[in-house]
Design a binder for this molecule. Structure first.
Ligand SMILES: *Cc1c(COP(=O)(O)O)cnc(C)c1O
Length: 425
């Protein structure tokens, strides 16, 4: 059955989440398929940030730590994130970056492993994990005398031996959009005696996550992707309460102290997740992230994460089907799993040549996706399209595919201006 523009419009008319789009300042004429890289500005964020700057900072100055509740902002924002990832209140803080939080939790996991299973000397991860995760793990392994073992996704279970202290995976792969079965993989790690660290950078706010149901040990994630927290938004960290008070995290700064304003020379870690804070937090950025979370949590009264997931799959299904039919014969492949159980909220297309230029030509036409370089046959170049169900509609998908078809049919992408690489792709 062929899908038409009118079918897409009908899907939008029936969409119970349609009104959420009005919470975002989408630039006119842009179909934004890069919310997995930098989420869209929530309408409330500009005024909230202005208020934090002019009134809270400008007028209330240092009193704001108490009066405007700056001091607890990482916990309050963390509690909102917790609702999206199956964590309890008081278990998440919004703080630092994903890279830094990963360093903290990996290090804590190694401390716990040192107590419970000192003969285990490996961290296992996926070779195609987001590189910063691998760099952090590599640095920590060097520092602590551990070995970092990298495998392909299908090799994860085989790599779980009696040597493994920690399995560290990203739930949804940034390049392919492939999603792990969190509960099953965590159970497999535990069955082999390893601790499980999840990176939720491409999951939080995009797909349902239930850290408690999965019995995960540690998790980190990103604030500026599907949580729409703005450029460089604080990331988040969660630790299973059974581990939180067992050890220090390595960046034992004063914001993680039990009594920071006692100014004692020795360190006493705060109970609970607060000990995963290090130093003074970026209040202006936290306020913007808070607005992004409010916009995401507005979905709660409309069916919540399961409604968002249903729409996300409908959007990605539609995109895949339309590309197959309308862009047939143009050498595009699909890197994202067709199986819903294994698909995040993005679709990645492959092409042996011109992927970068095609993405640039699309951006020129108002369809913003991005390019991720491959490294040969196993990982070809990728045209990456993220689908944030909060603000995208089915008609957007139609127009995006029509622009892609045009760029391919006209060979517009071959123009030199689209073939010049920028610093950030
Ligand atoms: C986006 C992303 C990051 C980003 O880390 P930063 O410290 O915020 O730069 C880390 N890991 C994964 C898997 C990501 O997708």
């Amino acid at each position: 059955m062929t899908i038409t523009l009118n079918d897409c419009r009908a899907l939008d008319a029936q969409d119970p989440l349609r009104s959420l789009r009005d919470l975002f300042a989408l630039p006119p004429g842009v179909i934004y398929l890069d919310g997995n890289s930098l989420g869209v500005l929530p309408i409330t964020a500009a005024a909230r940030v202005a208020d934090v700057v002019t009134r809270e900072w400008g007028t209330d100055l240092i009193q704001s730590w108490n009066k405007n509740h700056w001091f607890e902002l990482p916990q309050r924002v963390g509690d909102k994130i917790a609702r999206l990832i199956g964590a309890g209140p008081g278990e998440v803080v919004a703080t630092d970056t994903t890279s830094i939080n990963l360093y903290k939790v990996l290090s804590a996991a190694l401390n716990i492993a040192a107590q419970d299973a000192p003969t285990r000397r490996q961290i296992v991860s996926e070779r195609s994990n987001f590189p910063t995760d691998l760099y952090i793990a590599e640095a920590l392994c060097k520092e602590r005398g551990f070995e970092l073992v990298l495998v392909e996704p299908e090799g994860v279970r085989q790599a779980l031996t009696a040597q493994v202290a920690v399995l560290m995976l990203t739930h949804v792969n940034y390049r392919t959009g492939a999603m792990h079965d969190m509960a099953a993989v965590t159970a497999a790690a535990h069955a082999e005696g390893a601790l499980m660290v999840w990176d939720l950078a491409h999951s939080a706010g995009a797909v349902p996550v239930d850290l408690h149901a999965a019995r995960a040990d540690f998790a980190v994630g990103c604030g500026y992707k599907y949580l729409n927290g703005g450029p460089g938004a604080p990331a988040f960290v969660w630790v299973n309460p059974m581990h939180t008070d067992r050890c220090w995290q390595p960046l034992a700064g004063w914001w993680g102290h039990a009594a920071p304003f006692a100014f004692t020379p020795d360190y006493q870690p705060a109970p609970g997740i607060t000990r995963y804070q290090c130093g003074t937090q970026p209040i202006i950025s936290l306020a913007a992230l808070d607005c992004g979370l409010d916009a995401t949590l507005a979905a709660e009264s409309l069916g919540g994460m399961s409604a968002l997931r249903k729409k996300s799959l409908a959007l990605t299904d539609l995109f895949i089907q339309l590309v197959e039919v309308r862009c047939a014969g143009h050498g595009l492949g699909l890197a994202t799993p067709d199986d819903h159980q294994q698909r995040g909220s993005q679709v990645c297309l492959t092409r042996s040549d011109g992927a970068y230029a095609i993405v640039q030509a699309l951006i020129q036409r108002g369809v913003v996706g991005d390019f991720r370089a491959g490294d040969g046959d196993r990982h070809p170049d990728i045209l990456r399209f993220g689908f944030t169900p909060l603000y995208l509609g089915f008609e957007d998908v139609w127009h995006a595919v029509e622009q892609l078809r045009h760029v391919l049919e006209s060979s517009e992408w071959k123009q030199p201006e689209f073939n010049q690489k920028h610093a950030v792709t």
